[in-house]
Design a protein around this ligand. Structure first.
Ligand code: SF4
Ligand code: SF4
Length: 289
């Protein structure tokens, strides 16, 4: 938890950098609250005891690259640095301090431990008739994440129509991105100008959150306030300015993409800009082996 005097100080600076940090803090607290609620509700009925031999031991399943993404690790590092800093340090050079914790470039590598099962392989081996009973030593963010992804994957596996399956998969990922990227206001629009536009002159074509290049491409899907296409590539995209601040998504970090799509299909998700969901699904169906 970040102390009130630090939050108040960041609010008093009211610069693009301080607002970005405050947005990251809000996103972090929102996530912590959601996790706490999920642990309390235990919606996946994760047991802390093994009850019978059919149960799935979540502690044996490795899902690090999909939970601890580059963006997640870097923004958590920002929070850690903010927690550790003293208010005196912040006050002595506010702008320099904000930049130091935003551009922290912290990218540890997580190696796959031989003793565990990769979650992608685990899901691929799941049978549609399997009943899911989970257990773990602890009900925490990791066990909930694994249970959530395995449950979603099994739902997808039970959908026999490929078109409907891809459509549901698309919705799972798109809705997550909408909540994470747009919901956390990283683009920070003020008077119709995003954070990147305020800093880089060559970014004159953005209008609303998450709709880059609309003017540039004259995208026909822009509908008054927002995108009417639900375009995955546009939602996955973050500009170089935000990427440098560690707000960036990689197709390979989405577990459901890795499990259900081949590399050509993932390319459509990542690079088919200005396309509607239906157009992307059609392209993905054509790439079936
Ligand atoms: S992603 Fe697009 S809208 Fe958001 S800050 Fe970057 S250029 Fe602006
Ligand atoms: S498809 Fe992309 S560029 Fe077009 S309106 Fe949607 S988000 Fe904007």
């Amino acid at each position: 938890m970040i102390s009130k005097d630090k939050i108040d100080f960041l609010n008093s600076i009211n610069s693009d950098y301080s607002r970005f940090i405050l947005n990251v803090v809000k996103a972090f607290e929102k996530r912590e609250d959601a996790i706490e609620k999920q642990i309390k509700d235990n919606i996946y009925n994760i047991s802390t005891k093994k009850l019978n031999t059919k149960m799935i031991n979540l502690d044996e399943i490795w899902a690090d690259p999909y939970l601890y993404t580059v963006m997640r690790i870097s923004l958590d590092r920002l929070i850690e640095l903010l927690e550790k800093a003293s208010i005196e340090e912040m006050k002595s050079d506010p702008n320099g301090f904000c930049k130091k914790i935003i551009y922290n470039n912290y990218k540890p590598i997580s190696d796959f431990p031989d003793s565990m099962i990769n979650i992608v392989d685990f899901i691929k081996d799941l049978d549609v008739n399997d009943n899911l009973y989970f257990y773990a030593k602890e009900i925490n963010e990791e066990s909930i994440f694994k249970a959530d992804q395995i449950t979603k994957a099994l739902i997808l596996k039970t959908i026999s129509s490929k078109e409907k399956r891809y459509s549901k998969l698309y919705d799972y990922v798109y809705d997550y991105l909408k909540q994470d990227f747009i919901g956390n206001n990283y683009c920070d629009f003020i008077d119709d100008k995003c954070i990147a536009q305020r800093h880089i002159r060559m970014y004159p074509w953005h209008l609303k959150n998450g709709c880059c290049y609309r003017e540039f491409s004259k995208c026909k899907h822009f509908n008054k306030e927002f995108c009417a296409a639900n375009c995955m590539a546009c939602r996955l995209f973050s500009c170089p300015y935000l990427s440098k601040m560690n707000v960036t998504y990689y197709g390979r970090e989405f577990l459901l993409f890795e499990v259900f799509l081949n590399k050509y299909q993932i390319k459509h998700m990542v690079y088919d800009f200005y396309k509607t969901k239906n157009e992307v699904i059609k392209a993905i169906l054509k790439e079936e082996k």
